[in-house]
Design a protein around this ligand. Structure first.
Ligand code: NAD
Ligand code: DAU
Length: 342
């Protein structure tokens, strides 16, 4: 099977590429990534000589690149590529609409024209908006996105739906809760708090710190996508989550405890505008229909993640200093395929 994975140099995409290569020895992966600030070839270190993995530096909005790749014959597309950070979308939403909406549309058109097989759209629970103190999002919860990021992801979901209804494209949407784990860019809550705590820097907590997120280890998310890819039903939506809700302040306290640091490092800062109060995902349908279960308890996953950041200071340093771009240039020169070689 040949897969096109987009955004495979990012956090979840790179974990997914590793998982697929490990668990499906016969599979080939074409990894298309624009290498924005969030894309990092160090996330794929060790795969330089893996003949089943081909990295292509390119944009999912580029019609010609997408068309050439799909024209070579691809069995399925898994679309991770996105602008993914809510705070950045609040500052400027242009790139979010371009990549998350127009990029997804370009892939959908490519899939339709080339009669590619399954199209898996990796979406998010944020499309459902915010919850009060009780209840959980199901697949039939209404779309009510509150940030420009969430609105761009919801727009993409609607396009995916329409391509199934209009053209019969075998497309499936997954909506997952907050991921954590190795290779996550330290602008997101958990890696930011861990790397700051390791450096003795303040841990910024928005507002009162009682906003609740529902956490899942990235490995569990990737396993769920593997299930959806192989056993999901076209046109369906699958929620993915691990029933692990926690207020942000509690996460900060746990990280400090695990690192033997004092709570005086916690710094309450100005709240995020439009900050969603609570997310909670009900993954029952995915569990029931696909036989998937999350397997990493939060306590264990958080400790493993803290250990990973502690044991990979070079990765953290390169990301913080922007030096990972140099690594990228080295690897890119060796592995880059020009358009004419596609
Ligand atoms: P990320 O920001 O770490 O990675 C995104 C990747 O996409 C980067 O490698 C980047 O270079 C690439 N990219 C961006 N624009 C591109 C373009 N125009 N063309 C090609 N590549 C491009 O994001 P992530 O956290 O790994 O999230 C991956 C996907 O999962 C996103 O679609 C996101 O919406 C979704 N998601 C994330 C979470 C989470 O908690 N992180 C939860 C649910 C869903
Ligand atoms: O729910 C899935 C979503 O989770 C994904 O779709 C997004 O791509 C991903 O970025 C994430 O969005 P969040 O906004 O929930 O994640 P973030 O790590 O930015 O923030 C998590 C919570 O922590 C949120 O309530 C805001 C808060 N926060 C965040 C940062 C960066 C802080 O209190 N301080 C911070 O410095």
């Amino acid at each position: 099977m040949r897969l096109l994975v987009t955004g495979g140099a990012g956090f979840i995409g790179s974990n997914f590429v590793r998982l697929m290569l490990e668990s499906h020895p016969g599979y080939e992966i074409i990894n298309l990534d624009r290498l924005t600030y969030a894309g990092n070839l160090e996330n794929l270190a060790g795969l330089e000589n893996e003949s089943r993995h081909q990295f292509i530096h390119g944009d999912i909005c580029a019609v010609e690149i997408v068309h050439r790749i799909l024209g070579r014959g691809v069995d399925a597309i898994i679309n991770f590529a996105a602008e993914s950070h809510v705070d950045r979308s609040i500052l400027d939403a242009q790139d979010f609409v371009r990549t998350n909406v127009l990029g997804t549309l370009t892939l959908l058109d490519g899939a339709r024209r080339n009669k590619t097989g399954r199209f898996i759209q990796v979406s998010t629970d944020e499309v459902y908006g915010s919850l009060g103190p009780s209840g959980s999002f199901t697949e039939s919860s209404p779309l009510a996105p509150n940030s420009p990021y969430a609105a761009s992801k919801a727009s993409a979901d609607l396009l995916v739906r329409s391509y199934h209804r209009t053209y019969g494209l075998p497309a499936i949407i997954t909506r997952c809760s907050n991921n954590y784990g190795p290779y996550q860019f330290p602008e997101k809550l958990i890696p930011l708090l861990v790397t700051n705590a390791l450096s003795g820097l303040p841990l910024p907590i928005y507002g009162d710190g009682l906003h609740v997120r529902d956490w899942i280890h990235v490995r569990d998310h990737c396993n769920a996508i593997d299930r959806v890819l192989h056993h999901g039903t076209p046109a369906e939506i699958y929620n993915i989550g691990a029933r692990q809700e926690m207020p942000n302040l509690e996460i900060a306290k746990r990280i400090l405890r695990a690192l033997g640091k004092g709570e005086d490092l916690i710094a309450f800062v100005k709240d995020r505008p439009g900050h969603d109060r609570r997310y909670s995902i009900d993954p029952s349908k995915t569990e029931r229909d696909l036989g998937w279960r999350p397997s990493i308890p939060f306590e264990q996953g958080l400790q493993a993640t803290i250990d990973w950041y502690r044991q990979n200071p070079a990765w953290v340093e390169h990301v913080r200093s922007g030096e990972y771009v140099t690594y990228y240039e080295r690897m890119y020169r060796q592995r880059h395929r020009t358009l004419s070689e596609l």
